[in-house]
Design a binder for this molecule. Structure first.
Ligand code: UD1
Length: 417
């Protein structure tokens, strides 16, 4: 089993280009199923979750090849509409294939998506929304069996919560449905807009993506297209956390400033300076970080839950108390115990974590339990005195492309062993 060995306290400097977004790539790969054609997708990160999506596409009979960051996916050869349990369990977001499969073939058969490290992640909103579009769904011995005998039809769907995955599933399924679909209380994350841009490039008629109301006018078919994935705002945020805790001065290339609008002010409250120049972000951290007091995770454009864990490593070293309120997932504090092993002072009560900043973190051997928690441990280890070893880095590799190489190019002492 590989581990990361980190010798902390190295200043970072220089510049790095931010990888493409994992959370934009996954639904777009599912969306290629609608095209029955070849799609070229640039800026796709090389991650285990992306590989899991490609395995599903290949199992279905599609061809998929990678040349550097560019994926060529040809779904003309698709011959199946089922996804085996082993592939479904590799990642939770495999549920995003449900809408695409039913839209393309009129049926789908799959197990429930993979067990999740963030507490219960129900899919009720996905299922009830697809039912509104005309999908009949039954549970046969733990398998979801879906058919659309009359084809899909447009509908008004009011989501009780702006679920990212449910919004994406509806958008994909509604593209070729008969009539118009209107999603109210849709998720507004940038990855939703990227999916809409891809689908519209393929001939779909989606309006309002990125806003609370999204309208999809069904078209008879989609065609292939060329698309470039947006930069990953969570990876950008994690790199800023790494720079903040090491009191560094770095430049991130290929960022979209508006995607970081809830993240930059938190760093500024801590005394960091951030300056955008086009898609470059120059970031400079002070010697002494101040607490930003309160961080509440919210749907976009609020502070992203995915940045909560790495930001907690920053708060661990700030002067003063920072209170985190995690509003999105139930079990998203699994990194706290490991951060405390590195010397952080954090107490958790339900969805609230109180971080009392300490002057220094000390090295320890720690284990990651989920993707963003793994990123938090890397950030903390970069600041800790001495050599830390981080296990469970398979989680990190689900979302961060060759992260140890990115960080060592910036001057960190980090090795995969
Ligand atoms: C996506 C992101 C994930 C991010 C999350 C919130 C991808 C691949 N993953 O996950 O990184 O942390 O958005 O920004 O894009 N819920 C239900 N019923 C449902 C669906 C969701 O109750 O049918 C609940 C979930 O349990 C959770 C909340 O809604 O508490 C948010 O989930 P959702 O927005 O759907 O997140 P994902 O799409 O799973």
């Amino acid at each position: 089993m590989a581990i990361l060995a980190v010798d902390g306290r190295r200043r970072l400097s220089g510049e790095t280009a931010v990888q493409g977004s994992k959370n934009a790539t996954l639904p777009i790969l599912a969306g290629t199923l609608l095209c029955a054609d070849e799609c070229i997708v640039h800026n796709c990160p090389d991650l285990s979750d992306v590989e899991a999506s490609l395995s599903i596409l290949r199992y279905l009979g599609c061809s998929a090849s990678r040349d550097d960051g560019t994926l060529a996916v040809d779904t003309r050869g698709m011959v199946r509409s089922d996804i085996p349990e082993e592939l479904m369990h590799r990642m939770r977001s495999s549920i995003i294939f449900l809408g695409a499969l039913v839209a393309r073939t009129g049926r789908a058969r799959m197990s429930y998506p993979g067990g999740c490290e963030l507490g219960p992640r129900p899919i009720d909103l996905h299922l009830s929304s697809l039912r509104r579009l005309g999908v009949e769904i039954t549970d046969e011995h733990g398998e979801l069996v879906c058919t659309a005998p009359e084809g899909l039809h447009g509908a008004g769907i009011a989501l009780p919560f702006p679920s990212v995955g449910a919004t994406e599933n509806i958008m994909i399924a509604a593209c070729t449905a008969d009539g118009t679909t209107i999603i109210s209380n849709a998720a507004r994350e940038p990855e939703i807009s990227d999916l809409a841009d891809f689908l519209n490039a393929c001939g779909a008629h989606i309006d309002g993506a990125g806003e609370s109301t999204v309208m999809i006018d069904g078209v008879s078919r989609l065609h292939g297209a060329v698309h470039a994935i947006i930069p990953d705002r969570i990876v950008a945020a994690t790199l800023l956390c790494a720079a903040a805790v090491t009191r560094s001065d770095i430049t991130l290339r290929r960022v979209i400033p508006s995607h970081l609008s809830s993240i930059i002010p938190i760093f500024e409250q801590s005394g960091c300076e951030a300056e955008f120049c086009g898609s470059d972000l120059r970031f400079c951290a002070p010697y002494k970080l101040r607490s930003s007091k309160l961080i509440r995770t919210m749907p976009y454009p609020g502070f992203p839950t995915d940045a909560q864990a790495p930001m907690m490593s920053v708060a661990a070293l700030c002067d003063g108390i920072t209170v985190f309120v995690e509003n999105m997932f139930e079990s998203r504090y699994r990194h706290v115990g490991e951060l405390c092993r590195l010397g952080a002072n954090i107490r958790v009560e339900g969805k609230v974590a109180v971080v009392d900043g300490v002057r220094r973190l000390l090295s320890a051997n720690v284990a990651a339990h989920d993707l963003r928690g793994a990123a938090a441990l890397v950030v903390a280890a970069l600041a800790a005195h001495g050599r830390s070893e981080i296990s469970g880095i398979g989680y990190l590799e689900r979302g961060y492309e060759r992260f140890e190489l990115v960080l060592s190019a910036l001057g960190a002492d980090i090795k995969k062993i």
